[in-house]
Write a protein that binds this ligand. Structure first.
Ligand code: ASP
Length: 451
């Protein structure tokens, strides 16, 4: 059976002509790369903001990048960017720059204006990439979301993909040429341009892969793959070659910045592996994410969440009171505060949250908890970091947990919290923020480097 590959290229892969040439070489390397999804150009040496942010700045009369960049500067950055891509790739303008200028004058208002303008980065980048592929002898066609039926919901600044999209996209399989699809945006049933959440081109790629029944979804950016631990802290950290969807979900939810969380959902469901690859180093194999792998190591990665806090409550019998935890969590929810862990026992419970989420909320939150749940004590502990060990091999060797605890103890790092994930493939350790980086290095050496 013919293999079909969907390749998504992020902002750094299309930030200048040199990068787009690399994209072309990658596509030219395999006839199976039939679907190409592109982001808008990211930051570069001269522009500190992404093109999408400049576009949003234009849409919001300078509100989006308040204090940093004026509307005029954003317009200039956008036009210069597309002009330099065209020039650098030796492409004729064909009215593209004029269209960009016209888009700036759209009569749309409010959110519709923001969504439309935000989508233009991907829109024009796809046109440029397709033109360059054709010029280089690779037959390519632009497939705009509004033309191919990439239908999304009416929340036009954070739209969700609607089910009819899949049947519409499946028709693209009939095309002979490489389909170049702008990521990040779609069209509502009423025909309005709408954008997905930020970073949404990853999501477009995942949905295209699912719809066309791809054998692989490649996610190309400027990193070699998913690292065992944050390489800025542990320089010797390696790329993890293979990870399960379950492992990546756990690592991503605990601080690993991989790609759009929801991009994985449909690939997981239909067993489409995802690879994380580096456009600048196509020879490195990257990280493969799949449903199943042989657990050769216990801990595959360690994530770190910094600057957390926890709210600690005591009340006799709370652990046995049906609805207590639900009520407590719903109070956090009312304030829009995400909760991470809530280890509980007979008479007490702690809820982990981000410290920044408490700013401006803590007094009201405390009053609400006291009024609704009458705890005998309520304490807030700030500046905690959470280290999360993840690996499906931990299920078969829980002694790594003892190793982790001993390693911290031997280095005089006190433990604030322990939480063993019920699937037994993750273990979370809370420690004082000041020890976080050192603890990560120690645990890396003990649990990952040992192999
Ligand atoms: N350009 C959009 C953003 O900056 C979407 C993407 O890059 O995936 O969020």
């Amino acid at each position: 059976m013919k293999r079909t590959i969907v390749s998504k290229f992020g902002g750094s892969s299309v930030e200048n002509a040199g990068q787009i040439e690399k994209v072309k070489n990658i596509i030219g390397d395999s006839k199976n790369r039939k679907f190409v999804v592109v982001s808008a150009p990211g930051r570069d040496e001269t522009h500190r903001q992404k093109i999408t942010d400049h576009l949003l700045n234009v849409a919001t009369s300078g509100e989006h990048l308040t204090k940093y960049v004026s509307v005029a500067q954003s317009k200039k950055a956008i036009v210069e960017k597309f002009a330099s891509l065209l020039k650098g790739l030796g492409l004729k303008d064909e009215g593209l720059l004029k269209n960009v200028e016209e888009d700036f004058n759209t009569s749309l208002k409010g959110d519709a204006r923001s969504a439309f303008l935000a989508s233009r980065g991907e829109h024009y980048t796809a046109k440029i990439v397709a033109a360059y592929l054709n010029k280089s002898g690779i037959a390519a066609t632009v497939c705009l979301p509004e033309e191919i039926g990439f239908v999304v919901s009416d929340e036009i600044l954070c739209a969700k993909v609607l089910p009819e999209t899949y049947a519409n996209l499946a028709k693209l399989k009939e095309k002979e040429a490489v389909c170049v699809i702008p990521g990040f945006y779609g069209v509502t049933k009423a025909g309005e341009i709408a954008v997905l959440s930020r970073g949404g081109s990853d999501l477009t790629g995942g949905e295209v892969a699912y719809a066309v029944g791809a054998s692989l979804y490649e996610n190309w950016s400027d990193v070699d793959g998913v690292y065992e631990v944050d390489p800025r802290i542990v320089k010797t950290s390696d790329v993890i070659p293979r990870l399960t969807f379950k492992e990546i979900r756990l690592l991503a939810s605990k601080g690993f910045n991989v790609f759009h969380f929801d991009a994985m959902n449909n690939c997981k469901k239909s067993n489409i592996p995802i690879t994380i690859r580096n456009t600048n180093r196509p020879s490195s194999v990257g990280t493969m994410i799949l449903n199943e792998r042989v657990p050769e190591e216990d801990v595959v990665g360690i994530a770190k969440l910094d600057h957390m806090a926890y709210i600690y409550l005591e009340k006799e019998g709370l652990g046995e009171t049906i609805g207590f935890t639900e009520c407590l969590l719903s109070i956090f929810n009312q304030y829009g505060i995400k909760t991470y862990h809530y280890p509980t026992d007979k008479d007490d419970i702690a809820v982990l949250i981000k410290k920044e989420d408490l700013a401006g909320n803590i007094n009201n939150l405390r009053s609400d908890i006291e009024a609704q749940l009458s705890p005998s004590s309520l304490e807030v502990v700030y500046d905690v970091a959470i280290l999360s060990l993840v690996g499906i091999g931990m299920k078969y060797n829980s002694s790594v947990i003892a190793d982790a605890v001993w390693t911290l103890k031997n280095n005089h790092i006190d433990i604030e919290m322990l939480d063993h994930g019920p699937a037994k493939i993750s273990f979370h350790i809370g420690i004082a923020q000041q020890h976080a980086n050192r603890a990560l290095e120690l645990l890396y050496e003990k649990l990952i480097l040992k192999k």
